[in-house]
Design a protein around this ligand. Structure first.
Ligand code: GTP
Ligand code: MG
Length: 206
């Protein structure tokens, strides 16, 4: 589906289109294009962030129930690169077999894709830093997978709590982050952080 053009001229997002859902790497689109992957625990806001970037709430399916994205969804942006929305990790209701299959698929993708420009690793700022996320970020960095952190749901904190929580995250993340690795902050409710994410995306595409 086509999104309406963004409300400002730079960067120019002319189209965001759902392309296909895949359950394995074999089903991925045959046309190879630069990829931006959205990863994080279930319910952290991956699909919402894609909608926010595209300025269309109907591009990706969002739900308050964890596990709403259970396939790997490709979105074709500007006819020239992909957003890839992954099912969240740590979704308790999913079976153990399905969780380990997810782990193998994502690991293979992250370690073998030559088109992957960046992983956006989403963390919910309204809950304390979780070891599962820190361990995953550590693994991504050890494997040299290009990754940026995105702190989501900033609106859930009172203004007075925001700075404190950002500092708490910065401190926890500093133990596993690489020098120069970026941390973005977003809120789809406050419509905050969209432009800096697009800037990063277009910088990596240039
Ligand atoms: P899975 O597909 O289960 O892995 O979840 P997801 O990471 O794709 O999360 P999704 O985008 O479906 O959002 C989960 C819930 O968080 C929904 O109820 C969203 O409306 C809510 N949400 C997402 N982003 C924000 C945000 O910035 N602020 C607030 N307050 N809620 C948000
Ligand atoms: Mg989702």
């Amino acid at each position: 589906m086509l999104c309406s053009p963004s409300d400002y001229n730079w960067p120019n997002i002319s189209s965001c289109q759902f392309l296909k859902s895949s359950s394995s790497l074999f089903d991925f689109p045959k046309l190879k294009l630069p990829e931006f992957a959205f990863l994080g625990r279930s319910n952290v806001g991956k699909s919402s962030l894609i909608n926010f970037l595209c300025q269309d709430s109907s591009v990706a399916k969002v739900s308050s129930k964890p596990g709403s994205t259970n396939l790997i969804n490709h979105y074709l942006i500007n006819q020239s690169f992909y957003f890839i929305d992954f099912p969240g990790y740590g979704f308790a209701v999913r079976s153990k077999t399905s969780r380990s299959r997810w782990g193998e698929t994502i690991e293979k993708f992250l370690l073998t894709s030559s088109n992957l420009r960046l992983v956006f690793l989403l963390l919910d700022i309204s809950i304390p830093p979780q070891s599962v996320d820190l361990n995953f970020l550590h693994w991504l960095n050890v494997k040299q997978v290009p990754t940026a952190v995105v702190l989501t749901k900033l609106d859930k904190l009172k203004k007075t709590q925001q700075q404190k929580q950002i500092e708490l995250f910065a401190q926890a993340l500093s133990q596993v982050m690489e020098p120069g690795q970026k941390i973005f902050q977003v809120s789809v409710i406050y419509k905050l952080g969209r432009e800096s994410l697009w800037q990063e995306i277009f910088r990596l595409l240039a």
